[in-house]
Write a protein that binds this ligand. Sequence first.
Ligand code: HEM
Length: 418
Amino acid sequence: MTDHSDNEAEAAGGCPVMHGGDGGLTRLYGPQAAIDPQGIYGRLRKEHGAVAPVLLEGDVRAWLVLGYRESRRVLDNPLQFSRDSRIWRDWAEGGVEETSPLIQMLGWRPDCVSQDGEPHRRLRRAVTDNLDTLAGRGIRRHVTHFANKQIDAFAGKGSADLVIEYAEYLPMLVLTRLFGLPAAEGRSLAVSCAQVLKGGPDALEHNDRIMEILGELAERKRVEPGPDFTTGLLAHTAGLDEDEIVSHLRLVLITAHTTTSNLLARVLELVLTDASRLAGLVSGQRSISEVVEEVMWNTPPLAVLPGRFATADLELGGTQVKEGDLLVLGLAAGNLDPEIRPDSGVSVHGNQSHLAFSGGPHECPGQNIGQAIIGTAVDVLLHRLPGLRLSVPADELTSTASTWEARLDALPVEFAAQ
Ligand code: HEM
C-alpha cells in the first residue's frame, strides 16, 4: 500500500497529490472514465493502494476510497467522516462553482442524507416510517400493473430494448403511484433524474424541474391528502418544514429511481446472458434474489458513493487525509477488492456483506422496496414473454459510465410476438 504521509499532499495543504496520467490527477469523468471505470479503479489501486487522489467534474479534488475495509471504516465512523458537506473545505473556500453539477450530488440540503447524529435520526425516521407504511400496503401490485402496461406496448412486435422500453421507466412509474403523482409525469421525471446523476451542464436545470414538480405535489397534498408517501411525510410527527418535505421527496425519488432502474437492467442482463439461469428462473428452481445478490457484488448500481468529509486530519489506508477533504467511496471497487475477494469468480451466494447499500447510519432504508420492484418486474416479464432471448451476442452489450454509475446502454431481445 502506498504511504502518502510525506508526499506532496502535505505540501499542497492536504489536497490530493498530482499523480497519474497526463502528469495530473486521474479524472473520474470524461471519455476514458465513461468506457472503462473498472480499468481506472484497477490502475489507481496499483498506483496508490486503498485510497487514491482523483479529480471530479470541474477538476475538483477528492480521495477515491478503493479498499473494502477502508470504505467500511468511513461508513461506520460518522464522527470522523461526516456526511455534512458544509465542512467541505474546497466548497467553503469557493473552489467549487455554484453551478457545478457536483452540487446536485454533494451539496448540503435539508435532507437526512446531508446530516449526522440527532438531526439525521429525526429526518430518517420520517422517511423510514413512511416507507414501512407503503411496504405494508403492498408494492408488488403497482409493479405488476405498470409492468404489464409497458409490456403491452411492445408485446406485438416480437422484439424490444429492455433498457429503454422497460427498466429505465418502470421504477419511476411505480414511484409516481407511491408519491401520489400522475403517471404522465413519469417519463420526464425519469429523464431528469438520469441527467442529475449523469452530471454535465444540464444537471442543474433538470434538478430545478424535479424540484418544481415536487413542490407543486406537496402543495396539492396539503389540501388533498391521500394514502401516499407525500401525505405521510407532511403528517409525520417529526414536523418537517416545507423545504425539508420537498428535499426528502427529491432524495427518495432520485435515489430510488436511478438505483432501481440500473439494477433492473443489470439483473435482466445477467439472466439473459446465462441460459441455465434463465431456465432455472422460468421453472421456479432458482430465485431472483441470488441473481440480485450477484449484481450487487459485481456491478452495484451506485458505483461511487458521494461523499464523506473528514472532520479532522487523519490517516486512512496509509494516506494522510486533511480536515475538510472530500472522500468518495468506490463501492464497485471495494466489492472487488482483492484483499477480500482474491478470486472474483468464487460464488457470493448467501453473502450480503457487499457495499451496494452502503452501511452505517445512512445505509439504504429502501432496499426491500427496491428488491420487491426488481423481483416482480423480472417475474412478470419472464412469464409474459415466452421464448425471451437476447437478439445480439452477449459481448456486444455495452455500458456508459458517469462518475457515479455505469449504466447498460441497451438490452435488445426477441420473443414470440403476441
Ligand atoms: C435497490 C436499489 C438501491 C440501491 C443500490 C440503493 C443504494 C443506496 C445507497 C448506497 C445509499 C447510501 C447513501 C450514503 O451512505 O450516503 C442509499 C441511501 C438511501 N436510499 Fe437507497 N438504494 C436503492 C433503492 C432505494 C429505494 C427503492 C428507496 C426508496 C423507496 C431508497 C431510499 C434511500 C434513502 C432515503 C437513502 C438515504 C438514507 C439516509 O441518509 O439515512 N433507496 N441508497
